[in-house]
Write a protein that binds this ligand. Structure first.
Ligand SMILES: Nc1ncnc2c1ncn2[C@@H]1O[C@H](COP(=O)(O)OP(=O)(O)O)[C@@H](O)[C@H]1O
Ligand SMILES: [Mg+2]
Length: 256
């Protein structure tokens, strides 16, 4: 079976979308077949991949209603991976799913038939612990948790870990946490080191905190605006190396 990785953190602005996109871009360069799945109604990943979310007629919303639609909604990106796009319609799914049979397995129903077409499916989670995130964790077998090296970095993380445990116990015993990815590391400030230490103390040794921390750079926001992966837009900055190293570590660990 192909691997399914969810990038999860219920906080917004920690680098989930950036991580999904750039990991997908690097792994494509390394010869892997990648599908990116936008599971955030804001459609940030869809935009970053070069598509205008609000102009799309067919999105993951349609596939959640009827999984036979899946092949019709898959788009190409100009840097290699395929994309299942999202837009604001997905916000309605969360409510509609409430009254659906096996409501936490709708995304699994979409991804299982196409899983073996890819080496890795990367799901960009939404910033909440709602039903869409539950669907992502039920469909996945791996989780990476980006956490920004800032004050209050760990706020809310206990809720996320509780949810992962619950999913492992009740819905998906195959789910494992690959690691925590420190993001937005800013060497010009003192508290960023302190925040990184807090992150390590919270998770290690039980859960790996990657050594490949992602440095803060304004180039990331520029790359998103230009709808390009950082490994193309500013390929020599430390943040780009961070994602290259992370991708290599996934391959080394047979996680892809
Ligand atoms: N390492 C980084 N340094 C600086 N800005 C970043 C970095 N990673 C992401 N960003 C920017 O921060 C914002 C939030 O990142 P994003 O990946 O969208 O987070 P999330 O998906 O968790 O909400 C975006 O504008 C993005 O371009
Ligand atoms: Mg996002």
């Amino acid at each position: 079976m192909g691997q399914v990785l969810v990038i999860a953190n219920q906080k917004g602005g920690v680098g989930k979308t950036t991580t999904a996109l750039n990991l997908g871009a690097v792994l494509t360069e390394l010869g892997k077949d990648i599908l990116l799945v936008d599971l955030d109604p804001q459609g940030g990943l869809t935009f970053h991949c070069g598509h205008e979310p609000d102009e799309l007629k067919l999105t993951i919303y349609n596939a959640l209603q009827n999984e036979d639609m899946t092949n019709e909604i898959i788009l190409e990106t100009n840097f290699g991976p395929d994309l299942i796009p999202a837009n604001v319609d997905l916000a309605v799914s969360e409510m509609e799913l409430m009254n659906t049979v096996a409501r936490e397995r709708r995304l699994t129903a979409i991804l299982n038939p196409i899983r073996n077409n890819y080496d890795l499916i990367i799901i960009d989670g939404q910033p909440s612990l709602g039903l869409l995130t539950l669907n992502a964790m039920t469909a996945a077998n791996q989780v990476i948790i980006p956490i920004s090296c800032e004050y209050l970095a760990l706020r809310g993380v206990d809720g996320l870990m509780k949810m992962i445990k619950k999913v492992q116990g009740q819905l998906n015993s195959n789910l494992k946490v690959n690691g925590v990815l420190p993001t937005m590391f800013d060497r010009r400030t003192n508290h960023t080191e302190w925040a990184l230490k807090q992150i390590r103390d919270r998770f290690e040794p039980k859960i790996k905190v990657y050594n490949h921390i992602i440095y803060r750079s304004i180039r990331f926001a520029e790359a998103a605006e230009a709808q390009e992966p950082i490994i193309h837009y500013a390929k020599n900055i430390p943040g780009a190396d961070g994602y290259r190293n992370l991708a290599r570590e996934l391959i080394k660990n047979n996680e892809i």
